[in-house]
Design a protein around this ligand. Structure first.
Ligand code: F6P
Length: 351
């Protein structure tokens, strides 16, 4: 995210805008004060190689209320802020679109309360926004990658390589659980890139009897001389009835069927930190640059955009449509028609 923050700040300054950074996400917007600070060129120096975000992040429940958004609007308008880039997941982006839609009404309320002048409200009548998707899960429908997902994949690959060597030495099986909430991207990409033996992801719940199938695959590979076996489990993996498939359960199944020592590694938040990959820094810089262009010259005036990478290029998608399509995915998976629905969704969504 830091590469995106840096690109937003420097592109905006280069194009003559005054820039503020909002600390601790929407909570900083609501709290005002030191939560919203003028940001200069040097404030974003030396942050490209740092993981996380130097301006902090926060899951604000207050911003979900209209009262919270009214406070946020007052703090923004008092500083003359009427253009926002938000980097976040689908919750943050939905909140951003809500703020944009409510903005004229919120301004009216502030004027009626005597908090701001009608003149100030008139000068900032519309909120112009651009969303960037910051999520290691790579879970936004309509884009190829989200900010941080490539770095998380590198963290997982390091873990797989490390596990492979110890697994091979002992001829052991390992079960690796990776993050991704409802999305199996990290698990699937890591399993393929790491040459793993079996993968369980939410998008493709296995049929009944999958335990036997998995163990047969591991057994056959061992009989052919493979010394290390790795099964990757996405944290959101379920069976067809929607019951979670936990890594500990998978470990027990392997141990019971194959009668060999099996270990579990739950990677956890290691995946969310550390030095960002070159791809993430490069793509996020491009995305931050495009986000500022969108704010200064909206591609479709009055329409909120989320900006992402698709086919090695930058695309601007309708924010509400992209978020809604993403939020429908768990239901589509539960309905058993995820693949069919995605095929049908692709062309019409891109149109
Ligand atoms: O959405 C990003 C993510 O890292 C998911 O992969 C994971 O399920 C979740 O956040 C963990 O959230 P928390 O840090 O609140 O435990």
């Amino acid at each position: 995210m830091n590469a995106a923050v840096r690109a937003v700040v420097r592109t905006a300054i280069h194009r003559g805008a005054e820039v503020f950074a909002i600390f601790e996400g929407y909570q900083g917007m609501i709290d005002g004060g030191n939560g919203i600070r003028p940001f200069g060129w040097d404030d974003v120096g030396s942050i490209l190689a740092r993981g996380g975000t130097v301006i902090g992040t926060f899951r604000s429940t207050e911003f979900r209320t209209r009262e919270g958004r009214l406070k946020a609007t007052r703090n923004l308008i008092e500083r003359g802020i009427d253009r926002l880039v938000v980097i976040g997941g689908d919750g943050s982006l939905t909140g951003l679109d809500t703020l944009r839609q409510e903005w004229p009404g919120l301004l009216d309320e502030l004027v009626a309360n005597g908090d701001i002048t009608a003149e100030l409200a008139a000068q900032h009548a519309n909120l112009i926004i651009a969303g960037l998707v910051g999520s290691i899960d790579n879970d936004l429908v309509g884009v190829d990658s989200t900010i941080g997902s490539d770095t998380a994949l590198h963290r997982i690959m390091d873990a797989i390589d490390a596990l492979s060597s110890t697994a091979a030495s002992h001829q052991r099986s390992f079960v690796l659980e990776v993050m991704g909430r409802h999305c199996g991207y990290l698990a699937l990409a890591a399993a393929i890139a790491g040459g793993c033996d079996y993968v369980l992801i939410p998008e493709n719940p296995p049929a009944e009897g999958w335990e036997d199938d998995m163990c047969q695959i591991l057994r056959t590979a061992r009989a052919r001389g493979r010394r290390d076996s790795i099964v990757v489990v996405a944290e959101g993996a379920t069976d067809r009835a929607g019951n979670p498939i936990r890594s500990e359960y998978v470990r027990q199944v392997i141990e019971d069927h194959l009668h060999e020592a099996t270990r579990t590694t739950i990677l956890g938040h290691v995946q969310r930190g550390g030095t960002p990959s070159a791809y993430d820094r490069w793509a996020s810089t491009w995305l931050g640059y495009e986000a500022v262009k969108e704010l200064l010259n909206p591609s479709v005036p009055g329409e909120a955009k989320v900006i992402g990478m698709l086919g090695n290029d930058v695309v601007r998608l309708p924010l509400a449509g992209a978020v809604q399509a993403t939020q429908r995915v768990p239901d589509l998976i539960a309905s058993g028609d995820y693949i069919g629905a995605m095929d049908a969704r692709g062309p019409s969504f891109n149109e």
